[in-house]
Design a protein around this ligand. Structure first.
Ligand SMILES: [Zn+2]
Ligand SMILES: [Zn+2]
Ligand SMILES: [Zn+2]
Length: 79
């Protein structure tokens, strides 16, 4: 089913943390209300019993990047 993905970049050399914009991950599940494969004639009340009515809780991805963040890179180059 569809869910949100939340990515967090951690720059290990300066310790700064950046949260990226939430991203919608789409599925093609026939039993997901948000899917493109979901039949248009599937409507409540039957839809509420057979299909997902809400998106899954966001998945959190933590990315560790072995460098300084773009902001700190700019500061270092500015002098
Ligand atoms: Zn879905
Ligand atoms: Zn449905
Ligand atoms: Zn930084």
């Amino acid at each position: 089913m569809c869910h949100w993905r939340r990515v967090r970049n951690t720059y290990s050399q300066c310790g700064h943390v950046f949260d990226l914009a939430d991203e919608m991950i789409r599925c093609d599940d026939r039993y997901c209300k948000f899917s493109s494969s979901h039949p248009t004639n599937c409507v409540p009340p039957s839809c509420t019993t057979t299909c997902w009515q809400y998106r899954q809780f966001p998945q959190q991805f933590n990315r560790f990047i072995d460098s300084v963040c773009p902001g700190c890179t700019q500061q270092g180059q500015g002098r």
